[in-house]
Ligand binder design. Structure first.
Ligand code: FAD
Length: 386
């Protein structure tokens, strides 16, 4: 993947602007939007104005052309304030990168400028009711009929599919192909007749943002919406985006881990028991020390994977390690923050219960953490054959 060179000056400008936005436009509204599960329309409009939907799209197509490292820092900062808003651009970026990397020239010229402004925005439609990890088992079928494909099937857990207007849809264009992935293709599916959002799913956390079940009933897609113009490359195109996807989930984990540490550090200095702030009790210090170390280790793994990706290296192991470690750090830090808050950690008035509900998703999405450890081990063996 051709990631642009890291530009420190550009990064400083963007992150300063983002910090102001998060502090003024997002932070004061998180509690209300999250607890009432309200879609953050105004925040999304500001994200469009800032160019965040085009953060990794080449400037020649109207994007900001940021490095993966800067992108990871953006996601980290967003997730430190509210993880859900990072999800609004995460899967959109993966869809955009599939077009930037594998699309035909005509697809790049048509879609990338519209993705960059957010005029067209959405995510990726891979998972089905019966399969997520084993994507080759999908059953959504696209049958060629003249200059269209006719799509029938169902998708599950598709983020940005209610509020967005397009998704990169993984389908079978040949149900008999062996190996199965040779019959899989990726279509740019804009909303239209037969593209049905069947249900917005109720979730433990990750609220505010739409994650839905979809049905496709004789839904027609013009053949020029087949990414790359050649059938049978869909799974390869999806897997090509996974390294970036895992870096961005790692960055979310880092942001949540940091947020839990921030909350715990502040609270432990104001809450007093037995005549002193609880941060002066050794049992609390042990927790804070572990939380801080986990957060910093997550940061180093995530940034290192992003930098290696920017250098064009193969990073399945590095991205897997970052994703696995940072998301487990988010889980552990959220839990520890809750304990440090005592009874108040269990209250809906404080942020830690939200972090505790948001963190588990990160261990599931973009390849479960069970799978990450298998990927890490396999790569390690391959790189160290004796
Ligand atoms: C809030 C939310 C948002 C999501 N957004 C999207 C989205 O936008 N687009 C999209 O396409 N999907 C999305 N997903 C789906 C997500 O990517 C899948 O849930 C995930 O890939 C796991 O698939 P599954 O749920 O089918 O679990 P399964 O694949 O059924 O796995 C079940 C368990 O078996 C384990 N397992 C499976 N295979 C193996 C193996 N070979 N070795 C060891 N263990 C294994 C898994 O680790 C897991 O513990 C979302 C999910 C959630 C919860």
């Amino acid at each position: 993947m051709n990631a642009p060179m890291h530009d420190q000056e550009q990064e400083t400008l963007i992150l300063d602007m983002l910090d102001r936005f998060l502090k003024v436009e997002v932070l004061p509204h998180v509690h209300h939007l999250e607890h009432d599960d309200i879609y953050p329309h105004e925040i999304v409009e500001k994200m469009k104005e800032m160019g965040l939907f085009g953060c990794m799209i080449d400037p020649e197509y109207g994007g900001l052309g940021l490095s993966t490292l800067t992108y990871a820092k953006i996601i980290e900062r967003m997730s430190r304030v509210w993880m859900s808003i990072s999800g609004i651009i995460n899967s959109h970026v993966i869809m955009a990168m599939a077009v930037q990397r594998f699309g035909t020239d005509a697809q790049k010229e048509y879609f990338l400028p519209r993705f960059a402004t957010g005029e067209l925005r959405g995510g990726i439609g891979l998972t089905e009711p019966d399969c997520g990890t084993d994507l080759q088992a999908i059953r959504t079928v696209a049958k060629r009929d003249g200059d269209h494909y006719v799509v029938n099937g169902t998708k599950m857990w598709i983020t940005n599919s209610q509020e967005g207007n397009i998704i990169a849809l993984l389908v079978k264009t040949d149900t008999t192909a062996q190996p199965r992935h040779k019959g899989m293709s990726l279509l740019l599916a804009e909303k239209g007749p037969g593209f049905i959002v069947s249900k917005k799913l109720e979730k433990l956390g990750y609220k505010g943002i739409d994650t839905c079940a979809l049905a496709f009933e004789d839904y027609k897609v013009p053949v020029d919406r087949l990414i790359g113009g050649v059938e049978g490359r869909g799974l390869q195109q999806v897997l090509g985006g996974l390294e970036l996807g895992r870096i961005n989930v790692a960055a979310r984990g880092l942001g949540v881990a940091q947020a839990a540490l921030d909350e715990a550090l502040a609270y432990s200095q104001t809450r007093k028991t037995f005549g002193k702030p609880i941060c002066e009790h050794q049992a609390i210090q042990l927790k804070l020390g572990e939380m801080a170390t986990r957060t910093q280790a997550s940061r180093l793994l995530t940034y290192a994977a992003a930098e290696a990706f920017d250098r064009g290296e193969r990073v399945d192991m590095e991205a897997g390690m970052a994703k696995y470690f940072a998301t487990e750090a988010a889980m552990e830090n959220a839990h520890e923050a809750m304990r440090i808050f005592g009874g108040y950690g269990y209250s809906k008035e404080y942020n830690v219960e939200r972090l505790y509900r948001d963190a588990p998703l990160l261990t599931i999405g973009e390849g479960t953490n069970e799978l990450q450890r298998i990927i890490i081990a396999k790569q390690m063996i391959e790189r160290n054959r004796v």
